[in-house]
Design a protein around this ligand. Structure first.
Ligand code: DPM
Length: 317
């Protein structure tokens, strides 16, 4: 039976690269499936002059795509999984998670610093990032650096760096790689310094809840090890807070025994307080691990740190 699958996507360069990859994989698996793409801007693409954390709205990069599925004008939406809130609107579900690329953050430097590393950048160097997670962890380890907001898509950010507005940027290695800009990665940031965002490096495909025909079509894209890691990470974030603009970082890996190890951290904005802990358990129940780790960090004071951050972001808004 010939049928059509309609994909909703953001229209940034990175989003389109990701969506085209999904389309090509689905076309390869389902020879008689017609596939269309509807590309649109989201709130997060339009508001470019306000720091991401101050907008504070969940689903900044996803709502418009979700609306298309809810009115049955699209069947799936392709997201960077880290941009997809942990709680989805009624009627929608996370249909599958694709194989993750390297989830690490990367340092990209202005050419005048090509002989430096993150650890040897001179005092006062200006680091471009709008991520509270990157900000808090780097401030914690490198209090002599300065931080400045940077918005816009990856290409725009690199242009601002090369124009001299920043000494360096921190960007996801996966995004740079997908855009063919892997040669701009100067250093992969060690997880001992900075843990990555929940879901970073993987794509999440969202669809209507219980749409079995579509769920069957997209199952070819599911990568079970990645899904388990990301479900543990998402459960951790959901249990702690739920949103994506918080200084919360994670790392997941499989032990030799096959068990899943989840490391997580919560930090204050100035990096002064940083809580970090890890749990290990069966990979078949990843969400239990995420919940367990969140509760442990709460026991160590994570709730207070997060409350303080929400209060300060609210008062600046
Ligand atoms: C989210 C954050 C950022 C994006 C916050 C965070 C980075 C914002 C910034 C939730 N979404 O990571 O702590 O650095 O100012 C985003 C990127 C990718 C997906 C770009 C990037 C590509 C990587 C991927 C923006 N969303 O992080 O460099 O698909 O995982």
């Amino acid at each position: 039976m010939a049928s059509t699958l309609r994909i909703a996507s953001r229209r940034s360069q990175l989003a389109m690269v990701q969506t085209h990859w999904v389309r090509d994989e689905l076309a390869r698996a389902h020879a008689d499936l017609g596939i269309t793409i509807e590309a649109m801007a989201t709130q997060g693409d339009k508001i470019l002059d306000v720091a991401l954390a101050k907008i504070g709205d969940k689903g900044l990069f996803t709502k418009e795509l979700e609306a298309q599925m809810l009115v049955n004008r699209a069947d799936i939406a392709v997201h960077s999984l880290k941009d997809l809130p942990t709680n989805l609107p009624e009627g929608l579900m996370l249909g599958c998670i694709t194989e993750r690329e390297d989830p690490a953050d990367a340092l990209v430097v202005h050419q005048k610093h090509s002989d430096k590393t993150l650890a040897t950048l001179p005092a006062g160097s200006v680091v471009g990032t709008s991520s509270l997670r990157r900000l808090a962890q780097l401030r914690h380890h490198f209090p002599h650096l300065q931080f400045k907001d940077v918005r816009g898509n990856v290409i725009t950010r690199l242009q601002k760096l090369d124009d001299g507005e920043y000494d360096c940027l921190i960007l996801a290695a996966a995004g740079l790689g997908r855009l063919g800009l892997g040669d701009r990665i100067h250093e992969l940031i060690d997880p001992a310094i900075s843990l990555h965002a929940v879901g970073q490096g993987a794509l999440g495909i969202e669809c209507r809840d219980g749409d079995t025909a579509v769920l069957e079509q997209i199952q070819v894209l599911e990568h079970t090890p990645t899904a388990r890691r990301c479900l543990a990470e998402r459960a951790f974030l959901r249990e702690l807070e739920g949103g994506c603009q918080v200084p919360i970082g994670v790392n997941t890996r499989f032990a030799d025994s096959g068990e899943l190890i989840l490391t997580g951290m919560v930090a204050s904005l100035d990096g002064g307080r940083l809580l970090r802990d890890a749990v290990q358990g069966p990979q078949e129940d990843p969400e239990a691990l995420g919940i367990d780790l969140a509760q442990r960090l709460r026991g160590q004071g994570a709730g207070e740190i997060l409350e303080e951050i929400f209060a300060s972001v609210r008062s600046q808004a």
